[in-house]
Design a binder for this molecule. Structure first.
Ligand code: HDE
Length: 733
C-alpha cells in the first residue's frame, strides 16, 4: 500500500487524481453545435476582418514568424555554406516557404473558372411568403449573400469581355441553412439532359491538341457539336446576341433556368422560374468594344464591379419569380416546364418581385472567398424544392462531387465563405482539412450514449421535408419526352423579338464565329439550323461567309417584347463620362460640369493633353481610350498639345491636324459605338468637324450652357446608346 499522496512509481511525486471522466453508462444531454462551424467571419490571415479598417493588414504583430509561430531572423537568404557556397538541405525555413508556395494553387473550376464576387444582403418584400415557407422570403427578412459572376469557357486568366454565357451564382446564408441559386445570365441551356454536359463542354473548350482558342466558342468543335445537336440552338442564339457581351456584371439579368417547386406553409405548391432583374437595366458592349477591351483591360468586368462597390455605388437586383400552377403535366401554355431549353415568355407569366439584393462589400481575399466559394444547386432550404428537370437532376450530383477534387476533400463547408450561419449539428467526421475538434463519442444515430441526440426535426421545426410528389409508374428508358424535340420555335421567337439593331449584331456574331470554322460541313450544317430560325438571318450570314443560303421551314410564333434589351430608360448612376479638354477649356465651365455629373451619380473623367493638374485630370491623350467611357464631352479644343510628342502612327491618323489624332480616334470610336457626344461653344463644333464627324448627327448635343449639355447627354445615356446611329458608318458593327 502506498500513502495517499505519493505516486506509486515515483517517490516524492503526488499520486495522480482518480479519473473523473468515466466511460458513460447513462444517456446524457445533447452536445452543443460545433463551435468552429459558426457564422463565417471574413478574416484575413491575421485573423482580422475588413471592418477593422486600417488595421486589416496582411500580417499582425511586430515579428515575422514561420507557420509554427517561431520568429524568423531573415527571410531573404537561403542558409548556405558561405555566401558563395551551396545551399544547405537543413534549411527548414527555405523548405517550409517553398513547399507552401508550391501548393498555393488549387485546380481551377472545370467550367466558370474565371469569376469575380461580392458580399451583400437580400431584403425580402414578403411577397413570396404566401407561396414559399422559406424563412428568408418572409416580410422584412434580411439575409447575407455572396454572389460570384463568371464566364464559362475561359480559364482563370482569360479576358472578361469575351463572347460567352455568364454565371450568376448566389449563396444566401439563411437562418434555415444555405440556399444556393446557381444561375446564368441566359435563361436557357445548351442541353436538356445532364448526361450531355461533358460533351458540350469538351466541344466548347479549346481544341485538345493545340489548346486554342481561349475563352470563346468561335471554333470548329463547338459549332460541330451545336449544329449536330440542335437542342443547343436556342442557347447559342442568345450567346450570339448582345447578351453574350455584357457591359457590366451590374447590368446583367440572372436566371435560375430550371423550373423549381415552391412549397408554402400550408403544403400547397407552385412551379417557378427565378429571375434577377438589375436596377441599372440590361446593357451590352458592342463587339468592337469587347475586342478592344480584351487587350486594353482584360479585367474590365472585375474592375467595374469592385470599383462600383468601393465607390459606394452598390449594384442592386430584384429577385422575382414567374409563378405557374403545379399541375401533373408540369406544362404551362403548351411549354414543357421540365425542358431547360425553353423560357416562359414574361408576357404569359409576369415576374413577381420578391425582394432586393444589394452588393455592398468587396471580398477581402480573392482566393479565400471568390476562389474557394462552393456553390451547389442541392443547397436548398425548406420551402424550395426541385422538379424532375433531367438537367437539374444531374447538377445535383455534379457540384458536390467537383468540390471534393477542387477544394481537396469533403470538408469544404468549413471554409469560412462556405460556412452556414445556421447552427451545425451534423455527424460528418474526419476527412482532409477537418477543422473541427469534435467532442463526444456518438456521431451516429440511433444512439443512447448521447441520449438519442440530436433529434430529427419536423416541418414545424424548419426541417427540409421533400415534397411528396407522386412518381409516375413507368418503365426504365433512355429517352426524352416528345415535347423536348421542339428545338426551333423559341429560337424563332427570340429572333422575332429583337429590334433591327439587335438582329444586325446577331448576324455579325454568327458570321464572325463561323468565319473561324475551317470545316465546310460545320458551316453548312449551321446555316441549315439558321434557315430554320429565319430566312433573312440565314441569308445574311451565308452572304458574309460567301456561301449559298439553304432553305428551311420556320414555325409561326409570337414575339416576346420583354426579350429585347432596347426601348426602356434606365438610371445612369455609375456611367462614365469622358471630358476632353484643351488649352482653351474654360476652367469654370469644366468645374460646373464635373459637379453636375457627380451630382447625377455619373463618373466624370477629365482627359487633358498632358501635364494637367493631377487632382482634376484623370487621363492624358496618351492614356485615354474611348472604351472606358459611356459618353464623351468636348470642353474645348483638344488640339495637338505643344508639348506632346506627336503621334502619327497608323491607329491615330486624324483627318485634320487641328485635332490631336488620338482624340480624333477616340471621337471616331465613340461615334461608331453609338455613344452620346456633347460639347459647348465653337471649339466643340470645330473639333467634331475636324475629326470627320457630323456636328448635327444623331446623339450629338451641342449647346452654349455646359451643364445643360451634360443633362441632355445623361438623358441619352438613359437609353444606353444612340441606337439610331447603328449600323455604324463604315460598317463598324
Ligand atoms: Fe454548372 N457547373 N453545370 N451550370 N455552373 C459548375 O461547379 C454542371 C449548369 C453554373 O461561381 C461546376 O463549382 C453540370 C446550368 C455556374 O462557383 C460543375 C451541368 C447552369 C457555375 C458544374 C451544369 C449552371 C457552375 C464547376 C449540366 C445555370 C459557377 C465548378 C447538368 C443554371 C459557380 C463548380 C461558381 C459551375 C456542373 C449546367 C451554372 C462542374 C454537370 C444549367 C453559375 O459542378
Amino acid at each position: 500500500m502506498h500513502g495517499e499522496d505519493t505516486h506509486p512509481d515515483v517517490p516524492g511525486v503526488p499520486a495522480p487524481e482518480e479519473p473523473t471522466v468515466q466511460e458513460p453508462t447513462e444517456p446524457r444531454a445533447p452536445l452543443p453545435p460545433k463551435p468552429d462551424q459558426g457564422a463565417p467571419a471574413p478574416v484575413s490571415a491575421t485573423g482580422r476582418g475588413p471592418q477593422d479598417g486600417a488595421a486589416a493588414r496582411s500580417q499582425d504583430g511586430a515579428y515575422l514568424t514561420n507557420a509554427q509561430g517561431t520568429r524568423l531572423p531573415d527571410s531573404d537568404h537561403s542558409l548556405k555554406a558561405g555566401p558563395r557556397g551551396p545551399v544547405l538541405l537543413q534549411d527548414h525555413h527555405l523548405r517550409e516557404k517553398i513547399t507552401h508556395f508550391d501548393h498555393e494553387r488549387i485546380p481551377e473550376r472545370v467550367v466558370h473558372a474565371r469569376g469575380a464576387a461580392a458580399h451583400g444582403v437580400f431584403e425580402s418584400y414578403g411577397a413570396g411568403a404566401g407561396i414559399s415557407r422559406a424563412a428568408f422570403l418572409a416580410a422584412g427578412a434580411r439575409t447575407p449573400v455572396f454572389v460570384r459572376f463568371s464566364t464559362v469557357l475561359g480559364s482563370r486568366g482569360s479576358a472578361d469581355t469575351v463572347r460567352d454565357t455568364r454565371g450568376f451564382a448566389t449563396k444566401f446564408y439563411t437562418d434555415e441553412g444555405v440556399f444556393d441559386l446557381v444561375g446564368n445570365n441566359i435563361p436557357v441551356f445548351f442541353i436538356q439532359d445532364a448526361i450531355k454536359f461533358p460533351d458540350v463542354v469538351h466541344a466548347a473548350k479549346p481544341h485538345p491538341d493545340r489548346e486554342i482558342p481561349q475563352a470563346q466558342s468561335a471554333h470548329d468543335t463547338f459549332w460541330d457539336f451545336v449544329s449536330l445537336h440542335t437542342e443547343a440552338t436556342h442557347h447559342t442564339l442568345w450567346n450570339m446576341s448582345d447578351r453574350g457581351i455584357p457591359r457590366s456584371y451590374r447590368m446583367m439579368e440572372g436566371f435560375g433556368i430550371h423550373t423549381f417547386r415552391l412549397v408554402a406553409a400550408d403544403g400547397s405548391t407552385c412551379l417557378v422560374k427565378w429571375h434577377w432583374k438589375p436596377k441599372l437595366g440590361v446593357h451590352s458592349l458592342t463587339w468592337d468594344e469587347a475586342q478592344q477591351l480584351g487587350g486594353l483591360d482584360p479585367d474590365f468586368h472585375r474592375r467595374d464591379l469592385a470599383d462600383a462597390i468601393e465607390a459606394g455605388a452598390f449594384p442592386q437586383w430584384e429577385l422575382g419569380v414567374q409563378v405557374m400552377p403545379d399541375t401533373p403535366e408540369q406544362t404551362f401554355e403548351g411549354i414543357d416546364l421540365l425542358d431547360p431549353t425553353k423560357i416562359v415568355p414574361e408576357e404569359l407569366a409576369p415576374v413577381r418581385p420578391l425582394g432586393l439584393m444589394t452588393l455592398n462589400a468587396n471580398p477581402t481575399n480573392f482566393f479565400a472567398e471568390t476562389e474557394q466559394v462552393a456553390f451547389h444547386p442541392g443547397h436548398l432550404v425548406p420551402g424550395i424544392d426541385i422538379t424532375d428537370d433531367p438537367l437539374l437532376s444531374g447538377r445535383l450530383f455534379s457540384y458536390l462531387d467537383t468540390q471534393i477534387t477542387r477544394l481537396g476533400g469533403p470538408n469544404f463547408a468549413q471554409i469560412p465563405v462556405n460556412r452556414t450561419h445556421a447552427p451545425v449539428n451534423d455527424m460528418l467526421r474526419d476527412g482532409f482539412h477537418q477543422d473541427a475538434v469534435h467532442p463526444g463519442v456518438a456521431p451516429y444515430k440511433p444512439n443512447s450514449l448521447d441520449g438519442g441526440c440530436p433529434f430529427f426535426a419536423g416541418a414545424e421545426e424548419h426541417a427540409f421535408v421533400e415534397h411528396p410528389l407522386p412518381v409516375a409508374e413507368s418503365k426504365k428508358v433512355r429517352e426524352s419526352p416528345a415535347s423536348f424535340a421542339d428545338h426551333f420555335s423559341q429560337p424563332r421567337q427570340f429572333w422575332l423579338s429583337m429590334t433591327p439593331v439587335e438582329q444586325e449584331h446577331i448576324i455579325a456574331a454568327y458570321t464572325f464565329e463561323l468565319g473561324k470554322c475551317r470545316e465546310p460541313a460545320v458551316r453548312e450544317r449551321t446555316l441549315l439550323a439558321l434557315a430554320r430560325i429565319d430566312a433573312r438571318l440565314c441569308a445574311q450570314v451565308a452572304d458574309g461567309l460567301g456561301l449559298p443560303a439553304p432553305e428551311g421551314e420556320t414555325v409561326e410564333v409570337d414575339p416576346s417584347p420583354a426579350l429585347s434589351q432596347l426601348g426602356a430608360r434606365w438610371p445612369v448612376a455609375g456611367r462614365t463620362v469622358g471630358i476632353l479638354t484643351g488649352p482653351d477649356t474654360d476652367p469654370e465651365a469644366l468645374a460646373a460640369v464635373r459637379e453636375a455629373a457627380l451630382a447625377a451619380d455619373l463618373v466624370p473623367l477629365v482627359v487633358a493633353p498632358s501635364g494637367g493638374d493631377p487632382d482634376r485630370v484623370q487621363r492624358s491623350f496618351a492614356t485615354a481610350r474611348s472604351v472606358e467611357f459611356d459618353a464623351v464631352l468636348l470642353a474645348g479644343t483638344p488640339g495637338p498639345a505643344a508639348d506632346a510628342t506627336p503621334v502619327r502612327d497608323a491607329r491615330a491618323a486624324g483627318p485634320d491636324d487641328t485635332v490631336d489624332p488620338r482624340i480624333a480616334l477616340l471621337l471616331g470610336e465613340a461615334w461608331r459605338h453609338a455613344k452620346a457626344i456633347g460639347g459647348w461653344g465653337e471649339p466643340a463644333r470645330d473639333t467634331l468637324t475636324a475629326a470627320g464627324l457630323p456636328a448635327d448627327g444623331e446623339g450629338v448635343v451641342l449647346g452654349e450652357d455646359p451643364v445643360q449639355v451634360l443633362r441632355e447627354v445623361a438623358d441619352l445615356l438613359a437609353e444606353h446608346r444612340v441606337w439610331k446611329r447603328f449600323p455604324a458608318p463604315g460598317g463598324g458593327e
